[in-house]
Design a protein around this ligand. Structure first.
Ligand SMILES: Nc1ncnc2c1ncn2[C@@H]1O[C@H](COP(=O)(O)OP(=O)(O)OP(=O)(O)O)[C@@H](O)[C@H]1O
Ligand SMILES: [Mg+2]
Length: 223
């Protein structure tokens, strides 16, 4: 495949959406063809699954196995219908969460067998792994405070995951760090406590050298 596949991962409120959106805009303004997707979602089927997973829309508790399979189903649809075709066209694909979220949340967070989750991910993604994963690492308490402020500003309530206990989110954060140690070539840990501008600079430091693999852009200092 000729494109470039970048994912943003990390605990709640760590800046995934802020920085994945900003990176997508930056690359577009440089002339790259960018495909931005969010997980779960990104396809009509995936968005319907997102509604079930984030907002309790079915009105019953979702068991662990069902939760994992719903995430995997949304991802399979996204990979085959959207991501792989975009990479084949030479796009930069940027995903706000991907398979590592399932390993961190459903594996480490819910104390499910991590190796089984990894196997399921492999199956659902048809073996597709990101070229680079930016792990936005942040103290859980600071992430919660940021989300609280964001929800207040947007006048929205907490979703199903934001209501989970603090210990759950600590396990998620530590789980991500274990994954980053296991795949050091793919993972780039970004300290996300700094200002938005400082974090953006770090994100760019990681991404810029990867762009030589894709065509279509032009140097940032050209008009
Ligand atoms: N470096 C930063 N310093 C201060 N506030 C930030 C920083 N980065 C993001 N924020 C703010 O924190 C809030 C959460 O950021 P964002 O929505 O990007 O996180 P997220 O990782 O996508 O969260 P979620 O896990 O809920 O999807 C937003 O209101 C955002 O403006
Ligand atoms: Mg987000």
């Amino acid at each position: 495949m000729s494109g470039l596949f970048i994912t943003f991962e990390g605990p709640e409120g760590s800046g995934k959406s802020t920085h994945s959106n900003e990176l997508a805009e930056r690359l577009r303004s440089m002339g790259y063809e960018v495909l931005k997707a969010r997980e779960p979602g990104g396809t009509p089927t995936g968005e319907a699954i997102r509604e079930i997973l984030q907002h309790d829309s079915v009105g019953e508790p979702i068991v662990r196995e069902t939760e994992i399979l719903l995430f995997a189903a949304s991802r399979a649809q996204l990979v085959q219908r959207v991501i792989k075709p975009a990479l084949a066209r030479g796009c930069v694909v940027i995903c706000d969460r991907f398979a590592d979220s399932t390993t961190a949340y459903q594996g480490y967070g819910r104390d499910f067998d991590v190796e089984r989750v990894l196997n399921l991910n492999e199956w659902a993604t048809d073996g597709l792994a990101p070229d680079a994963t930016l792990l936005m690492d942040l103290d859980v308490g600071i992430g919660f405070e940021r989300i609280h402020q964001r929800n207040l500003a947007l006048d929205q309530g907490e979703d199903r995951f934001e209501r989970e206990a603090r210990a759950f989110h600590e396990r998620v954060r530590q789980g991500y760090l274990v994954l980053a140690e296991r795949w050091p070539e793919r993972f780039h840990v970004i300290q996300s406590e700094a200002s938005v501008d400082a974090v953006s600079t770090e994100v760019w430091r990681v991404v810029e050298p990867l762009l030589s693999a894709v065509g279509g852009g032009r140097p940032a200092d050209e008009d």
